[in-house]
Design a protein around this ligand. Structure first.
Ligand code: CUA
Length: 172
């Protein structure tokens, strides 16, 4: 995949450079551009109506889905306060349940930290900054029970790598 992206990039850069070179080369030629301008305007006019014809129905259809979260009594979030210290997390609670939003209220008692929320396979699920003097709110709804981890995502000193806390997610 990386290799494909590399070759594609080289190809596109070469194509762009070729267009630039052609424009530069042709800029010295005196030519009547009236015909080119007319056909360009024609294309532009058609494109306008095509975009209008496609865009307005798409907008009308998709607007019905807003807001994405249906109104009604929203589920009260399970609040987990997370305060970063050099070098540990102080969590207000270490156990939550699935299917109900969790709101992490994240701050720091000293320097900038970062909260990374990881699943059991160490896949990053969500993240937010932990800054002194601010409370950042990070919402996440767990679908599966299990052991999750909060790890510091911002280098904060000697034992940065040690800032790991566990969060247990249970079935309700
Ligand atoms: Cu706290 Cu890195």
């Amino acid at each position: 995949m990386q290799e494909l992206a590399w070759y594609l990039t080289v190809l596109l850069v070469a194509a762009t450079a070729a267009v630039f070179a052609m424009v530069r080369w042709q800029s010295d030629l005196a030519a009547d551009y009236g015909g080119v301008q007319r056909s360009a305007y024609r294309i532009r006019d058609r494109l306008f109506w095509v975009l209008l014809g496609v865009g307005v129905p798409i907008m009308a259809l998709t607007l019905w889905d807003l807001p994405y979260v249906r109104a009604g009594a929203p589920a009260a979030p399970q609040v987990v306060t997370a305060t970063g210290f050099q070098w540990y997390w102080d969590l207000g609670r270490t156990s939550v349940v699935t299917g109900q939003p969790v709101e992490f209220q994240i701050t720091s008692a000293d320097v900038n930290h970062g909260v990374g929320l990881y699943d059991a396979d160490t896949r990053l699920l969500a993240q937010a900054q932990a800054m002194p003097g601010y409370v950042n709110r990070l919402r996440y709804t767990f679908e599966r029970p299990g052991k999750y981890r909060l790890m510091c995502l911002e280098y904060c000193g000697l034992a940065h790598h040690d800032m790991i806390s566990e969060l247990e997610v249970k079935l309700p």
